[in-house]
Design a protein around this ligand. Structure first.
Ligand SMILES: Cc1cc2nc3c(=O)[nH]c(=O)nc-3n(C[C@H](O)[C@H](O)[C@H](O)COP(=O)(O)OP(=O)(O)OC[C@H]3O[C@@H](n4cnc5c(N)ncnc54)[C@H](O)[C@@H]3O)c2cc1C
Length: 1005
């Protein structure tokens, strides 16, 4: 039966509210009813695996909490090595308070109780069931094992597109393996497919023969370093790995489609496609700009007289995109109202069908959406075989029956591969099946009435809308909006990449200029000048800074002392306003400031952008904090007495900042001191004075009165002691090495200020560890270790320098970490492909290399990166990543802060030992845990005693307000930066009590 016959041959009675038959809407509804009439709900036998799976989905849909635990259990399951481990996780996931496990599951938990002789049985049953579940969606491990299913599909007049399971590859070795799997698949299937009898419905399209072998491929798996920030490099690398696959596909007559993944890879995928337009591409209807994207694609195809294969989908990453955009503060790329996606799908269907340059495939399980495809095609007189319908293997089988009955070409998307990489796929399918807005859920589970299911989507009033680009207005101290972090640059957007390139060129044009001191509101140049250099190219001078000697240091302290009374008496809201104006100025030149960091501090684009963003955050956050703390608080409630609690500034502050977050930490300490009412003397770090000078310039431009901000690049050796011990310095805020920090604390104690004991806030190093549990997601463990240990060459006090791995995961983790590290590009930070840049100075390089030598005598060196052929470029201060394994806990490289790209991997028998090792240093700054055991997570939260503990993520990149940052033990004294207690350290609390009762009369409250 053809679609035309199917629809017109059996007119059904028109229910009330149904659209007239002679309109397109009427045709769509009629087609949808027809599809429904051809579907039969499957009957499942009591004991079938499918019955059990369906029940599991039902439980998930009835209880959100249970759903989370079910999905997490499915996710961790493949890494559980023994039945006992399965039983333990079963108990931990479903035995938790607040999780209402249904009866069969409760029975399983009971059986899995510790010490129960039936515990292994429970584990075995679960394993069997989950394997069966995976098999519902996954057709085999490889070409050979997939063949029986593919033959069955063909017998059922259904085509296929195979996809090799695997999420992002963490190393180039894994990307090679992924590419190899495709080549094998093509080889394995070519012969098999050639032996098949012709089947016109799947083999023949309006434009000619259709390849029997059809593959789908994710470009992220082809290049481990894929990142839109390095757009051209990523396209090149993917294209290179794709070339032999594409050649083989052409040679064997197979078709290949590039799947579309997260939004950040959308443009990259399109760019790869433009190099290989014999492949097919995917369009996601949930993207707000999908229509414009399709228009560009059609223009491009028509301009080149090409015909392109295009699969229209709604999009599989909705939850991810919405969470990511909210976390990053980015405009949402996807619709948030489900009918908008459905309506966009229908609009795109029409456009695709109208343009002969497109060979369309429509992928959906939504009967209304499918009916829209069919009816629109008919209204445009597009032949039934000029498009195809695609659905996922294991989903919506009754609808497939109907599509086939209507005589349309149907293709199933079917993954092949191992269970572990398959789990992410499985969880996505589960989410899709159980999402509140899912059509399949409404149809088959909730049994919604057909009349309702066929109705047209009702889009929101803004549809079709473009993403809103948030414009951040300057903060008004009288009515500040709630604090929000400055969004990081989204380098998947072309304009951000272009802005950065332009800023880099502009900043480079201005390099080498002299940079003054600021004392008492005046710019001062001195005879003593020091040049600062680009660490990636030491011959390049970034700027020439006037250095202050003892005379300038004394002048700066004097200026701060004189300005103190007036500044201290300035109302808190006015002081906050200074910070808000500075934040606005910084936002205005964010890109250039970041580019300067690339050149002076060797920060890669993301790291530099994040540092400037954090500086802006400190200004915005501390400004608001001062508004919160600035007033007088009334205390107590006793009549006849008035108690006021409030804060006063401490007095002139010395700020001594490090070079590793050259703007953020400098701005954080300076702005906290300022807004609390203290004048400041700012000493920037030796290697980054030009960046520091930008803060001084911006604060003055924002209206800092003379003497309130004194900027004093100087030699710590020459004037450091003078400043620290000066009686007019009341407060010292320091971030840097433990050695200097302790010296400052000791000197401050011995040299009180004129008006009392000096207050010192000191942030000093860390020796931070990540614990990797036996059930850890090793993709996460490896990638997050790489970011935490090697980004910015490990030169962060929060960086991971130890990884404590549980026995069962040790070998695999180490092997993958080594391969992933080998894949990192070490090079100049301005090259967007670079992941690891140079270290800050020649001296730093030397010191790190000494640690590496030390490590060789203490442990086994599993990986030592080295220079590329031809040596390091431009004599930069490079140290490539190094990984030591089997490191004894007391080794020097496991105890001392190295501040370089060197990581020590330590083996632990169990979690007791892992915690003992992790806690076994004199520092307590950051730490991490990668684990999927709820009980272990709960334990480590309690027992891993560090200032900032991160679970299942990297341990660097704390955000102001969201992750207040700072440690204890020898990691520092003082409260967390970017947190609610930070400003209190810059002020002294006072209480004033007034007796308001006179002659027995007390005024009312
Ligand atoms: C053969 C095939 C290939 C596929 N290839 C890809 C691919 O390459 N890339 C990819 O991303 N996806 C792909 N998908 C998945 C697809 O994008 C959909 O997730 C899936 O098909 C569900 O859509 P539906 O029309 O079947 O179901 P429906 O239930 O009608 O729609 C569900 C979809 O609506 C959208 N949605 C859900 N909630 C909201 C909301 N609140 N606001 C706005 N939109 C919402 C989401 O996209 C969700 O998946 C493919 C699907 C198939 C069948």
């Amino acid at each position: 039966m053809t679609l035309q016959e199917g629809v017109t041959a059996e007119p059904t009675q028109r229910p009330a509210g149904e659209a007239p038959h002679d309109t397109l809407e009427g045709q769509i509804q009629e087609t949808a009813r027809r599809i429904f009439s051809l579907t039969t709900k499957p009957k499942l036998s009591r004991w079938s695996a499918e019955r059990w799976q369906t029940e599991m989905m039902d439980w998930a849909m009835q209880d959100e909490r249970l759903k989370v635990e079910l999905f997490r259990f499915v996710d961790v399951f493949p890494t559980l090595g023994s039945r006992a481990e399965i039983a333990r996780h079963l108990r931990e996931y479903f035995g938790q308070e607040g999780v209402h496990a249904p009866a069969p599951l409760r029975l399983g938990i009971g059986l899995a109780a510790p010490g129960s002789p039936l515990s292994p049985v429970a584990g075995a049953v679960i394993r069997k069931q989950l394997r069966a579940f995976a098999q519902r969606f996954i057709v085999g491990r490889d070409a050979r094992s997939a063949v029986p299913t593919l033959r069955a599909l063909r017998r059922a007049d259904t085509g296929f597109t195979l996809d090799v399971l695997g999420e992002a590859s963490v190393s180039e070795a894994e990307a090679d393996a992924y590419a190899h799997a495709y080549l094998e698949l093509l080889d394995g299937l070519a012969q098999e497919a050639a032996s098949w009898q012709p089947a016109a419905i799947v083999d023949q399209a309006a434009w000619g023969p259709v390849p029997r072998v059809n593959l789908s491929l994710k470009i992220t798996s082809l290049y481990s370093q894929i990142d839109p920030v390095d757009f051209a490099g990523s396209v090149r690398a993917v294209a290179e790995r794709l070339r032999p696959i594409m050649r083989k596909a052409m040679h064997t007559g197979a078709a290949l489609t590039l799947d579309l993944e997260q939004f950040r890879y959308r443009d990259l995928t399109a760019a790869v496609f433009r190099e290989y337009d014999q492949a097919g591409l995917v369009l996601q209807a949930y993207l707000r700009d999908a229509e414009a994207d399709l228009a560009h694609l059609i223009d491009w195809a028509e301009a080149g007289r090409r015909t392109i294969s295009l699969r229209l989908v709604k999009g599989a990453y909705w939850d991810y995109e919405t969470v990511l955009a909210a976390q990053e503060g980015w405009p949402l790329p996807v619709f948030t109202h489900k009918p908008d996606t459905d309506a966009m799908f229908e609009r795109l269907v029409r456009t695709m069908l109208e343009h002969p340059s497109i060979r369309p495939a429509f992928a959906s399980h939504n009967v209304r959406s499918l009916a829209a495809v069919m009816a629109t095609a008919r209204s445009l007189s597009v032949a039934d075989d000029a498009f195809e319908i695609q659905m996922l293997h294991g989903m919506g089988d009754p609808i497939k029956e109907a599509v086939r009955a209507l005589g349309l070409r149907l293709r199933e998307y079917a993954p092949v591969g191992e269970l572990i990489p398959g789990m992410a796929y499985l969880v996505r399918r589960l989410l899709e099946n159980t999402a509140n807005d899912s059509f399949l859920r409404h149809t088959f589970v909730e049994g919604e009435a057909v009349d309702q299911l066929v109705q047209p989507p009702q889009p929101s009033p803004e549809f079709p809308c473009q993403p809103h680009l948030a414009v951040v207005a300057s903060t008004d101290p009288a009515s500040p909006s709630p604090f929000r972090n400055q969004p990081h640059a989204d380098f998947s957007r072309r304009e951000k990449r272009d802005d950065y390139d332009a800023a880099l060129a502009a900043v480079r044009n201005r390099l080498g200029k002299p940079s003054p001191l600021w004392i008492g509101g005046r710019q001062i140049t001195t005879k003593h000048r020091e040049a600062s250099f680009n660490p990636a190219r030491p011959a390049e001078t970034v700027g020439v800074t006037s250095y202050g000697g003892p005379a300038e240091a004394l002048a700066a302290v004097e200026a701060a002392r004189r300005a103190q009374p007036a500044w201290g008496d300035t109302p808190p809201a006015q002081r906050a306003a200074l910070l808000f104006r500075a934040a606005e100025l910084m936002r205005g030149e964010l890109c250039e400031l970041a580019a300067l960091e690339t050149l002076e501090a060797a920060k890669t684009r993301r790291e530099a952008d994040a540092d400037v963003g954090e500086a802006i955050d400190f200004l915005e956050y501390y400004g608001r904090e001062m508004l919160r703390l600035g007033g007088q608080r009334k205390m107590g409630g006793a009549p006849g007495e008035l108690n006021h609690y409030f804060y006063q500034p401490r007095g002139p502050a010395l700020v001594v900042a490090p070079w590793n977050f050259p703007l953020a930490i400098l701005t954080g300490m300076t702005s906290a001191a300022l807004v609390a009412g203290n004048t400041v003397i700012v000493k920037p770090a030796g290697p980054t004075p030009i960046i520091g000078a930008q803060l001084a310039r911006i604060l003055h431009a924002a209206g800092a009165p003379p003497g309130v901000v004194n900027y004093l690049p100087c030699s710590g050796g020459e004037v450091g002691d003078l400043l620290v011990t000066h009686p007019d310095v009341s407060l010292i805020a320091f971030t840097g090495s433990q050695e200097v920090g302790l010296r400052i604390i000791s000197q401050a104690a011995q040299h009180p200020a004129r008006d009392g004991v000096k207050h010192v806030i000191a942030e000093m190093g860390g020796k931070n560890a990540i614990i990797v549990d036996s059930d850890a997601d090793l993709d996460v463990a490896v990638l997050e270790t790489i970011v935490s240990a090697f980004h910015y060459s490990g030169q962060k006090c929060s960086a991971a320098s130890r990884v404590v791995v549980l026995e069962q995961a040790y070998e695999t983790f180490v092997n993958r970490l080594v391969e992933a590290t080998r894949s990192l590009r070490v090079g100049p930070p301005e090259d967007p492909a670079t992941r690891v840049g140079p270290v800050i100075t020649a001296a730093a390089k030397e010191r790190i290399e000494e640690f590496i030598e030390q490590g060789k005598s203490e442990a086994r060196l599993a990986f030592a990166g080295g220079p590329p052929a031809g040596g390091w470029p431009d004599h930069g201060f490079y140290v490539a990543p190094h990984i030591f394994v089997d490191v004894p806990p007391q080794a020097v490289i496991a105890q001392e802060e190295i501040f370089g790209p060197v990581v020590a991997v330590l083996r632990a028998r169990d979690m007791d030992e892992a915690l003992a090792i992790a806690n076994g240093t004199r520092f307590a700054l950051t730490g991490g845990l990668i684990s999927r055991s709820p009980a272990t997570i709960a334990r480590v939260r309690r027992e891993f005693r560090v200032g900032n503990l991160y679970i299942n993520r990297g341990i660097t990149g704390a955000l102001v307000e969201r992750q207040p940052f700072g440690g204890f033990k020898m990691s520092g004294i003082g409260s967390k930066a970017g947190g609610p207690d930070y400003l209190l350290q810059f002020m002294e609390p006072r209480t004033i009590t007034e007796n308001t009762m006179r002659r027995g009369f007390a005024p009312p409250d």
